[in-house]
Each structure stands twice: as structure tokens, then as C-alpha cells.
Design a protein around this ligand. Structure first.
Ligand SMILES: Cc1cc2nc3c(=O)[nH]c(=O)nc-3n(C[C@H](O)[C@H](O)[C@H](O)COP(=O)(O)O)c2cc1C
Length: 364
């Protein structure tokens, strides 16, 4: 038991965070022309800058990496300049911000792919899920299996996007290794039937995530590199027959790389925490650096897990969408705003930058 509280500063690598509360990555589908962050993005993120750390919405590392309409990228000069406005606005308020880098793999649609090509995946297995495209939800398209000689290019896309992130003023990057997207498609055997060095054994299935992470850590520094995983989440129609040994191995390897944090979605993403038997404490004890916990936390659960030493930092997702001043409200025991589910994906300012702070509400 410790006396540490969520509201005290925390040292993350070379950064000092104002508190232990983190804004989870949240896709909002509001990027503008050229998949540049929307004109409102700087306002949206800076409204939430009292979090100890902000993690941006998932941001694609290439055109092929896109799977939903109007998600931002980080592979063109215009995108770098668009993100620079966001990082400047957050830093002006004393906040810290990492960008979440993703490749969606098979969770995409031909209408979003360059030349209308098939989305790519470890194996040609279509996911039983939908994506948001053409202003509505549609089944994902049939993917094609990546060839062995395409994989170095994907690693390099992540490396280059990480370099671009630093050019855009980010404090670091989070590798999206969770929620059924490309890197997790390689990890989990429900989506990976390969027989080469990237399929089959636990070591082989972990290879792409570890290569991507090592390349990014080499490019921008391990102390600016985090990784998100979701060992038992069925998000986006994925399954894994052996999550405990698979993720014990991955976490040992990530720890050896010296990355600054491990971000773990505990349970089904946005759903039950106890979706499957899994020992998250084992991951916590295997990882030497900061353990960032997510999924279904409220103040009480976060405090209990902090006191028990189960995690160092806690990411809140849905609560940060509706409540820009979440840190202040948790600290003062104030109620949170209700979430409007109709404005999550796409649209403009409504449901994005117009949720009131406590101060706004009391001024009315
Ligand atoms: C609207 C919405 C968008 C999301 N987008 C992402 C994303 O881009 N990347 C990601 O890793 N998780 C994403 N998630 C999952 C959240 O980061 C988080 O894991 C989930 O909401 C559970 O945390 P919570 O219980 O605090 O909301 C999203 C969730 C929601 C509700």
C-alpha cells in the first residue's frame, strides 16, 4: 500500500507529467482535406491539456494504413504542419502529448485504399466487423496477405511517421498494437495463418510489433516510445488461442527494448474487464518501466489499483470525450458531463469542442 495519489506529478522518462491521469486514444473522424487534423483539433486537445498526458486519436502511418474515413495521417508535410498546431496549443497550456501511430491492416475498405486496392493483412482472412466509410458503417473488404518482402516497408512507414511526429512537436509516440489492427493481426492466431518467420510460433507472431517498436525506439529514443496492447480484447473480430504466454513473451521483449511505457487495455475494449481469464499483474511485474492501465476505470478503481501497485498511470477514454476538465472534476468530486453517442464519429464542433467545463457551466 502507498500514499501516492492520482493528482501528484509523475516522471515519465525525461518528462514530468502533472498527474497520473492520461487521455486515452480516441478516434473522432474529423480530419480535413489531405487527412490533416481538423481546424478544431488544436482546441479539442488543448481543452483537455490538464491531463498528465494526452494520447491522440489513432493516426495512420501511410495511405495504405487507413481504415476509416476522415482519420488523420502523419506521412505528409501538410499533416506534420497540421499536427504542429495541436502540439503547440497543448504545450502552451503546459500539457504533454504523444501521437498514437497505427496501421489498420484488414480493418479497411477498398474505397479508402490507394487505387481501390484490397486492404493488407497477415493472411487473407476477412474480419467479421464493420468500418466507417462513405458516411456510414459498412463491412470491411476482403484483404490480401502481405508478402514477406513488403514487411520492411511497413516497419519503415512506422519509423518515418515517428520521425515526423518529433518534427510535429510531439513528446513521443504510442505504437498501436491493440484492438485488432495490423500489428495485433500478426500477434493473434485467429488472424495469422502464416508459415514464414512472421507466423506460427509465439516468437514469430510477435516479430512485426517488436521490429516496429525497435525501429521507432532507435529513431526517436526508447524514452519517447510507448506501446499499446489489448491481450484479450475481441475488438474488430479477432481471437487468440494462447494470450497469456503470447503476451508474457511480448512484454519481456518490450521491457528489454527499454520503452517508456506499456499501455494495456485490460479486458474487452470499452466492454467488460473480465471478458477472459488473464493475469494482467504478470505483465505489470514483467515490465520494468511505466505501466499505463486502461478500460472501465473510474476514480475509485484507479485509486484502488494505484494503492495496490497494479499500475502507475491510468487512461480514461469516454470520460475525456464528454468532460474536458476531467482531472479537476475527479479531484473535486464533481459529476462528469453525459456523453453524446451521436457525435462520436465525424461531424464538426458539436460533440467535439462544445462540452462545457465546470467553470463554463457555473458561469451560465
Ligand atoms: C469513440 C472512441 C474512439 C476510440 N478510438 C481509439 C483509437 O483511436 N485507438 C485506440 O487504441 N483505442 C480507441 N478507443 C478505445 C479507447 O482508447 C479505450 O480503450 C476505451 O474507450 C476504454 O476506455 P474507457 O472505459 O475509459 O472509455 C476508442 C474508443 C471510443 C469510445
Amino acid at each position: 500500500m502507498t500514499d501516492k495519489t492520482l493528482f501528484e506529478p509523475y516522471t515519465l522518462g525525461s518528462l514530468t507529467l502533472a498527474n497520473r491521469i492520461v487521455m486515452a486514444p480516441l478516434t473522432r473522424n474529423r480530419a480535413g482535406a489531405g487527412l490533416v487534423p481538423s481546424e478544431h483539433a488544436a482546441t479539442y486537445y488543448s481543452q483537455r491539456a490538464s491531463a498528465g498526458l494526452l494520447i491522440t486519436e489513432a493516426t495512420q502511418v501511410s495511405a495504405q494504413a487507413q481504415g476509416y474515413q476522415d482519420t488523420p495521417g502523419l506521412y505528409t508535410q501538410a499533416q506534420i504542419e497540421g499536427w504542429r498546431k495541436v502540439t503547440d496549443a497543448v504545450h502552451a497550456k503546459g500539457g504533454r502529448i504523444f501521437v498514437q501511430l497505427w496501421h489498420v491492416g484488414r480493418i479497411s475498405h477498398i474505397d479508402l485504399q490507394p487505387n481501390g486496392d484490397a486492404p493488407v493483412a497477415p493472411s487473407a482472412i476477412r474480419a467479421q466487423t464493420k468500418t466507417f466509410v462513405n458516411n456510414g458503417f459498412a463491412d470491411v473488404s476482403e484483404p490480401r496477405a502481405l508478402t514477406l518482402d513488403e514487411l520492411p516497408g511497413i516497419v519503415d512507414d512506422f519509423r518515418q511517421a515517428a520521425a515526423n511526429a518529433i518534427a510535429a512537436g510531439f513528446d513521443g509516440v504510442e505504437v498501436h498494437g491493440a484492438n485488432g489492427y495490423l500489428l495485433e493481426q500478426f500477434i493473434k492466431d485467429g488472424a495469422n495463418l502464416r508459415t514464414d518467420a512472421y507466423g506460427g510460433s509465439i516468437e514469430n507472431r510477435a516479430r512485426l510489433l517488436l521490429e516496429v517498436t525497435a525501429a521507432i525506439a532507435k529513431e526517436i529514443g526508447a524514452d519517447r516510445t510507448g506501446v499499446r496492447i489489448s491481450p484479450v480484447s475481441p475488438a474488430n473480430g479477432i481471437s487468440c488461442s494462447d494470450p497469456q504466454p503470447q503476451y508474457d513473451y511480448i512484454v519481456d521483449q518490450l521491457s528489454a527494448l527499454g520503452i517508456v511505457y506499456l499501455h494495456v487495455v485490460e479486458g474487452a475494449t470499452g466492454g467488460p474487464r473480465d471478458v477472459a481469464l488473464f493475469d494482467f499483474d504478470a505483465l505489470r511485474s514483467r515490465f520494468q518501466n511505466t505501466y499505463l492501465a486502461n478500460n472501465g476505470y473510474d476514480l475509485e478503481l484507479a485509486n484502488a489499483h494505484l494503492k495496490a501497485g497494479k499500475a502507475d498511470l491510468f487512461a480514461f477514454g469516454r470520460a475525456f470525450i464528454s468532460t474536458p476538465d476531467l482531472v479537476e472534476r475527479l479531484e473535486n468530486g464533481a459529476p462528469l458531463n453525459a456523453l453524446d453517442p451521436t457525435t462520436l464519429y465525424g461531424g464538426g464542433a458539436k460533440g467535439y469542442i462544445d462540452y462545457p467545463t465546470l467553470a463554463d457551466s457555473s458561469a451560465q
